[in-house]
Design a protein around this ligand. Structure first.
Ligand code: NDP
Length: 288
């Protein structure tokens, strides 16, 4: 079997168009959705991610602004800026690009973002809402994966879904969203014994470990749908996922490539969450 490649770039363009229509409806009523992105320091990968996020906002016609802060900014100053953005009328969504420098308490910063503007969905309130099935802002990467699966008509209810990785930004919320759609979900970690025995059961396998190409053909059941969240820069400069694409595509029925898979979807779902925040703020539902 050679898998169908899930074209995340193409799907993200289609999904982005849906959200552009929703943004246009708001704009026609005088509401311009706005996103503020805060970046601290000079991490090149973070800069690239932020540029892509801002570009996506431009493409959809949203207001966006970047607050580029020096590496040695104090936690107090950062919290002050968040407080100002929490109150700013033209800002519906606030995103703090992670990771932050070590002298800043990441949790404290994420908790300072007003819940209604927490478009990354990392505030404890939004994490709890996701846990109880009352999701307000689904974290962008897992949200993008779910949208991709639905676009590709992948059945989820009753399927075995295995998520490899349990980070707060990918693995855990991914598992919760799959569970909400009635998958039977297993989460694997670096401590899991006999990883293959779990991954081999997966109808849907989502891998988010940050370990380049660790999932091989032997991990994957014939016909499984494989979603590779990983983005790793190899020494050669090439980008690689957490899945050995060349091997696994011969076993899976569908697979996401890296780049061009989950990455573009993540950015599109940030646009989606920002438009949703503006709809809620302004009391406009999408059907208005
Ligand atoms: P983290 O490092 O926060 O988490 C990695 C997880 O993988 C941990 O839970 C860890 O287990 C688990 N893990 C590591 N090694 C193994 C192993 N050998 N077997 C099973 N589990 C393992 O990473 P993130 O979740 O933040 O990111 C994961 C990947 O996804 C990275 O490549 C990152 O760049 C990428 N990413 C891509 C995004 C996109 O838009 N496409 C967005 C966000 C991230 P334990 O908890 O036991 O340590």
């Amino acid at each position: 079997m050679t898998a169908t490649i899930i074209d995340g770039k193409k799907i993200s363009e289609i999904v982005r168009e849906e959200w552009k229509e929703r943004a246009d409806k708001l704009k026609a009523k005088g509401v311009l959705p706005g996103l503020a992105v805060i970046i601290v320091g000079d991490n090149p990968a973070s800069k690239l991610y932020v540029n892509n996020k801002i570009k996506a906002c431009h493409d959809v016609g949203l207001h966006s602004e970047v607050h580029d802060l020096p590496e040695d900014i104090s936690e107090k100053m950062l919290l002050k800026l968040i407080d100002e953005l929490n109150q700013a009328k033209k800002i519906n969504g606030i995103l703090v690009q992670l990771p932050l420098p070590k002298h800043i308490d990441e949790n404290k910063v994420l908790e300072a973002i007003k819940q209604d503007k927490d478009v990354d969905g990392f505030h404890l309130y939004n994490v709890g809402a996701l846990m109880t099935g009352n999701t307000v802002f689904p974290p962008c990467t897992p949200f993008g994966v779910m949208r991709m699966l639905s676009y590709c008509d992948v059945p989820i209810a009753g399927q075995n879904a295995v998520v490899v990785g349990r980070s707060n930004i990918v693995g855990k919320p991914m598992a919760m969203l799959l569970l909400q759609e009635d998958a039977t979900v297993t989460i694997c970690t670096s401590k899991t014994k006999d990883l293959i025995s779990h991954t081999k059961q997966a109808d849907i396998l989502v891998v988010a470990t940050g370990r380049p190409e660790m999932v091989k053909a032997e991990h994957v059941k014939e016909g499984a749908v494989v979603i590779d969240v990983g983005i790793n820069r190899l020494e050669s400069g090439k980008l690689a996922g957490d899945v050995d694409f060349d091997e696994v595509k011969e076993v899976a029925s569908m697979i996401t490539p890296v780049p061009g898979g989950v990455g573009p979807m993540t950015i599109t779902m940030l646009v989606a969450n920002t438009v949703m925040a503006a709809e809620r703020d302004s009391g406009n539902s999408p059907s208005d």
